[in-house]
Design a protein around this ligand. Structure first.
Ligand code: AGP
Length: 372
């Protein structure tokens, strides 16, 4: 009903708007005044986490994209090798698992059959399973060794938005916590990131306040058939997520690529007027990547692409090559997906609406997929 949507035209719009609160709620009580993580609720003994030799993340769809981003954070902050696998593929390839393997299963609903089957398989092989889940008491957390709940609140729209952002927060917390219990060389960086996380909800809010040009742009593209998304580093999974949103909501052909792969094939797709969204990493920090992606933007634009560039405030290098520029607040590189995903959600939602689609209930999709 209209009341349930709290004045918004759709649950999706409401849930996009709820993201700053969802992110803050997921952090609440998990970082103490000294900036240390307190995840006692993760009932896996610290000794086990200290000795883990491998992390394997299993998930589907949007949750899988959160897992892809988590890999960058986990490997960087903890130096534990981390694999990410589509839950539907996992058990069928006879994965190598043992008691030193920490499996992280990410699921909004906690009822996704593919992910549940992966969890069961992992536990049968002796691995410990930590669930990251948004639904209290659902099957995946019940069948896992431990759970870290995301506090996004109920997500009604089929397309996941606030659950994704809170999955990212939970993944960062797990990565930082692993780093903390293992005492890595990144102690100072971890403390700085914890501080940045504490104010990230405000950054998400700031992005939400500046979305009108993105909505306008989305409406202007309603007649297009294809949109491509490019990113590097954690921007690559963000590109995949932007493309998934557009497929499921706007029923458009949308694909996400690692920008470095362009020259290995996808650049052949570029033609006059093709909209290409590029997620640009921060020019600070990993500046080598930044320079490379600026060249990618130049290359596609020279071939006629209409470039839609998502870049950090103050990044002037992209300005000459951006047909449309979307600014996001500066964040540490690993946290950027929390702000750069938001314009892609708004873009897909508005484009779908402009095409006359029902955004809360896209055709052929169910909110939770309880069959394999
Ligand atoms: C996202 O917009 C989806 N509708 C879908 O990909 C979803 O993320 C996937 O089915 C996993 O669901 P879960 O998080 O409930 O396990």
């Amino acid at each position: 009903s209209a009341a349930e949507k709290g004045g918004y035209a759709s649950f999706m719009l409401k849930e996009i708007a709820e993201q700053p609160k969802a992110v803050a709620d997921t952090l609440l009580g998990r970082i103490d005044a000294e900036g240390s993580l307190t995840l006692d609720e993760v009932r896996i003994p610290a000794a086990v986490l200290r000795e883990a030799t491998k992390v394997v993340i299993v998930a589907c769809g949007t949750a899988f994209h959160a897992g892809l981003i988590a890999k960058y954070a986990i490997e960087h902050w903890t130096r534990i090798p981390c694999e990410v696998e589509l839950a539907s593929e996992f058990r069928y390839r006879d994965p190598i698992l043992d008691q030193g393997t920490l499996v992280v299963a990410i699921s909004q609903s906690g009822e996704t059959m593919d992910t549940l089957m992966a969890v069961r398989h992992a536990r049968e092989q002796g691995a410990r399973v930590l669930a990251i889940c948004n639904t209290n008491g659902s099957t995946i957390p019940r069948e896992s060794d431990a759970v870290l709940y995301t506090h996004a609140g109920p997500e009604v729209a089929v397309a996941s938005t606030k659950a994704f952002l809170t999955q990212l927060v939970a993944c960062y917390l797990v990565a930082l916590y692993l780093g903390q219990v293992r005492g890595t060389q990144w102690g100072d960086e971890i403390r700085a990131v914890v501080r940045d996380l504490a104010r990230i909800a405000e950054d998400v809010e700031r992005v939400l306040q500046t979305m009108e040009p993105v909505r306008e742009l989305a409406r202007s593209l309603a007649g297009h058939d294809t949109v491509l998304f490019l990113g590097r580093h954690v921007g690559h999974p963000v590109a995949l997520e932007g493309a998934l949103k557009l497929k499921e909501l706007a029923y458009m052909h949308a694909e996400g690529f690692a920008a470095g792969e362009l020259k290995h094939g996808p650049i052949a797709l570029i033609e006059e007027g093709l909209p290409v969204v590029v997620v640009v990493p921060s020019p600070r920090g990993r500046s080598v990547l930044h320079g490379k992606i600026v060249s990618n933007i130049q290359e596609i634009r020279a071939r006629g692409a209409r470039t839609i560039v998502i870049a950090e405030e103050g990044d002037e290098a992209v300005v000459p090559y951006a047909d449309h520029l979307v600014r996001v607040p500066a964040t540490p590189t690993l946290l950027q997906p929390l702000v750069s995903t938001v314009p892609l959600q708004v873009f897909a939602c508005e484009l779908a609406t402009a095409r006359g689609n029902e955004v809360d209930q896209p055709r052929n999709l169910a909110k939770s997929v309880t069959v394999e």
